[in-house]
Design a protein around this ligand. Structure first.
Ligand SMILES: Cc1cc2nc3c(=O)[nH]c(=O)nc-3n(C[C@H](O)[C@H](O)[C@H](O)COP(=O)(O)OP(=O)(O)OC[C@H]3O[C@@H](n4cnc5c(N)ncnc54)[C@H](O)[C@@H]3O)c2cc1C
Length: 373
């Protein structure tokens, strides 16, 4: 797995494996900042850094299969710093022009500014965050509850509902500076995977009309495109975690257990172990099939949903089985499986809760007659 790679992809995979083996491990005495810049330099030299970047910014965009190979292998390496291997990507700002390009997209791509994504509303919000037009600006009110990296971001790409006379509000993606007057950081928090988030309140925040991405009314499809792209990233992350976990479990059950016999001699252990491999095989098959369909120009909305739901739930099952078979030591603080258990749970919620995604698929099929799954 994955089979039938082209010669180019096979060469990329070999370079990738070399990069992971040679560059990612910690070198004794090397400070973090130096390690980070060494990894970035090596990633640039093999071309990986540029795979998420558009050509107009010097990028060499990778195919979905290549990006999937990279994300899966980096995830399987269990190296926190691995994310540094990718250069900044435009995300929601792809193709932005004018002030948006000059003030946000260009500095983002140059690594001078950091962006974040503000979609999720607070559980108790009486309404969506909204904006009212006032001359050349919008006045924004409301709150966003879960902005990853928001505390360190210079701006957020926020979904805001623009009020319109006599018509339903028009959702729009708006770029809002995190230090703009009226943007109030109301709580920084960490989730179980170790990532950090900020909740923001908007109190009469004035946002220039030039900071609307695209047109009012286009916000939801733009946001969902961004979320949709990230679903395949999550699926590849999950299959990488499964690969790491299965190798760990494999080594563990082959070792002599209490009394000298390996756990792998027990049929009940073999059944559970085999099921982890079945789950990983199914998830990886879905993942690479979806990436290939995407590369051939197909719409992969439904496939990405199915793959994200399956891979995130399968990874959680695999890690749970590994913990059960390794025993109590797997739950000691600092054990890699305990950390994985905490990390993997977030993937069934982030970029769409599993049940909400299932309902989306059912609606697409039953009401809209769309989707070939
Ligand atoms: C690690 C992490 C990072 C995140 N990063 C970001 C980010 O950068 N930006 C951002 O905007 N958000 C972010 N989120 C938020 C994430 O997108 C939401 O948690 C997710 O979409 C679920 O929304 P919610 O938490 O409001 O749960 P809710 O919408 O309240 O859903 C909770 C549960 O209720 C049920 N449910 C909800 N709606 C329905 C329905 N229509 N039909 C049936 N059942 C339903 C489901 O079982 C669901 O799991 C992040 C979350 C996590 C965990």
């Amino acid at each position: 797995m994955p089979e039938s790679l082209s010669t180019t992809d096979l060469a990329f995979k070999t370079d990738l494996e070399r990069f992971i083996a040679e560059q990612l491990p910690t070198r004794s005495g090397e400070p973090d900042a130096l390690r980070r810049s060494r990894i970035i330099a090596a990633s640039k030299s093999m071309g990986l850094f540029y795979k998420t970047q558009p050509a107009e910014y010097g990028g060499q965009p990778g195919t979905l299969v290549q990006l999937t190979l990279a994300r899966e292998a980096l995830s399987a390496s269990r190296t926190a710093i691995a994310a540094a291997a990718f250069g900044p990507a435009p995300g929601v700002l792809a193709g932005a022009e004018g002030d948006l390009k000059t003030n946000y997209l260009d500095p983002l791509m140059a690594g001078q500014k950091r962006g974040s994504f503000a979609f999720t509303e607070a559980d108790d919000a009486p309404r969506h965050s909204w904006a009212v037009r006032d001359g050349d600006s919008f006045v924004v009110n409301g709150a966003k509850s879960y902005v990853t990296g928001g505390a360190d971001a210079d701006f957020m790409n926020a979904l805001i509902h623009i009020e319109q006379d006599g018509a339903a509000p028009a959702p729009a993606m708006m770029v809002i500076d995190t230090d703009a007057p009226g943007v109030n950081p109301i709580g920084k928090f960490a989730s179980t995977d170790g990532s950090h988030h900020m909740a923001f309140a908007f109190d009469n925040v004035r946002v220039p009309a030039s900071q609307v991405v695209g047109k009012p009314g286009e916000g939801m499809p733009r946001a969902l495109r961004q979320i949709g792209d990230t679903r395949l990233v999550i699926a590849a992350t999950c299959t990488g975690l499964m690969q790491w976990t299965i190798s760990y479990l494999d080594a563990h059950i082959r070792k002599p257990h209490r009394g000298g016999k390996p756990l792998a001699d027990l049929e009940s252990v073999r059944l559970r172990y085999a099921q982890t491999r079945i789950d990983a095989f199914a998830a990886r098959s879905m993942l690479y099939r979806t990436a290939r369909l995407g590369d051939s120009g197909e719409n992969i909305v439904n496939e990405s949903i199915a793959t994200k739901v399956f891979a995130s739930e399968a990874a959680a099952r695999v890690i749970d089985v590994a913990i059960q078979l390794v025993g109590g030591q797997a739950l000691r603080e600092g054990h890699p499986l305990a950390a994985l258990y905490n990390e993997v749970r977030v993937y069934q919620l982030t970029e769409g809760a599993s049940d909400v995604l299932r309902l989306n698929m059912a609606r697409g099929s039953l009401e809209l007659n769309k989707g070939r799954l």
